[in-house]
Design a protein around this ligand. Structure first.
Ligand SMILES: C[S@@+](CC[C@H](N)C(=O)[O-])C[C@H]1O[C@@H](n2cnc3c(N)ncnc32)[C@H](O)[C@@H]1O
Length: 294
């Protein structure tokens, strides 16, 4: 595995690192061996904790199948986290080269530790990524929520989504698939608790993050991608949040020793907010499969 560090990162980099450069040991305790920071696909009746890893693998395999990534020469994962998707693509789906981009240096260090020669991770923002040979397929699993600042005007946000889809279009082969998971928001009920919780997410834990409406995505990919599938996998994410909260509760003292009471309390609060807002249908978690036009 190779790590490439880019000199040019976007100005939101500190906000991303505030969340994602908490130690890898802490994330391991929280996320478990799957090291996926996104939802899993549980079958009905499966125990949430016992089947967590299986559910995460099922999700990754579904993504690989939808993208037609099996045996592909070169595949991209935008916002690649701790490299679990990259590793699975090369070890299970016979992908020859799996490339990731992330802003987190600690995530890149973790992926380097996997020692997988078919993986390459770039510490850079998606807009800085370049490739000589276009990709056969691309993924972006719960990372696009970070790419558009909430402080932008509505028009600027649409331009930024358009820029993202334009970039993906330029990186893919004609007919190549881009498969996303992304949270979207419904208009939340005007209740004090929900408003306070959404403010906490926006201002403290994920400063600048923007959770879009579904139509903003479909409007801004028009002409660049054909929408092949849209499916709401809301429970996939709320269930994962519940598992992570249980992991944290079981080993809370250890988690505080690794980080601090303040960090652990922050995670408990934000995971609980995500879990209940997804359960109540205030947030969605859409899987969107797009085929590159042209
Ligand atoms: C919620 S994590 C998801 C990680 C992984 N896809 C998974 O499902 O486990 C979001 C990821 O997006 C990355 N990220 C955030 N902003 C980014 C940017 N501008 N360019 C590239 N990656 C970014 C973070 O570093 C992190 O790896």
């Amino acid at each position: 595995m190779t790590t490439v560090t880019s000199r040019s990162v976007n100005p939101e980099v500190e906000a991303i690192r505030h969340h994602y450069e908490v130690s890898n040991e802490f994330y391991r305790l929280l996320l478990g061996p799957a090291m996926m920071y996104s939802g899993g696909y549980w079958n009905d009746g499966e125990d949430l904790r016992a089947a967590h890893e299986t559910a995460q693998e099922r999700k990754l395999d579904t993504f690989a199948d939808i993208a037609g990534a099996k045996g592909a020469a070169k595949v991209l994962d935008i916002g690649s986290g701790w490299g679990t998707m990259l590793d699975r693509l090369t070890t299970v789906h016979r992908v020859e080269q799996a490339v990731g981009v992330t802003l987190s240096r600690t995530q890149a260090d973790y992926v380097a530790g996997l020692g997988n020669p078919k993986i390459k991770v770039h510490v850079e923002s998606w807009e800085d990524h370049k490739t000589d040979e276009p990709y056969d397929a691309a993924f972006c699993i719960n990372a696009l929520e970070h790419f558009v600042l909430s402080s932008l005007t509505p028009r600027e946000r649409m331009n930024r989504f358009r820029e993202f889809f334009g970039k993906c279009h330029s990186l893919l082969k004609p007919g190549g698939r881009l498969v996303l998971h992304i949270m979207t928001v419904e208009n939340p009920p005007l209740q004090r608790r929900i408003i306070d919780d959404l403010k906490f997410l926006q201002r403290e834990e994920f400063a600048g993050c923007y959770i879009p409406h579904l139509h903003q995505l479909t409007a801004t990919c028009e002409g660049l991608f054909e929408v092949a599938e849209i499916r709401n996998e809301r429970e996939s994410f709320s269930r994962a949040c519940r598992v992570w909260l249980m992991n944290l509760a079981d080993r809370r003292q250890e988690a505080v020793a690794l980080e601090s009471e303040e960090v652990v309390a922050r995670f408990e609060r934000y995971l609980d907010i995500f879990a209940y807002t997804l359960e109540d249908g205030i947030f969605n978690n859409f899987r969107v499969a797009l085929t590159r036009r042209g």
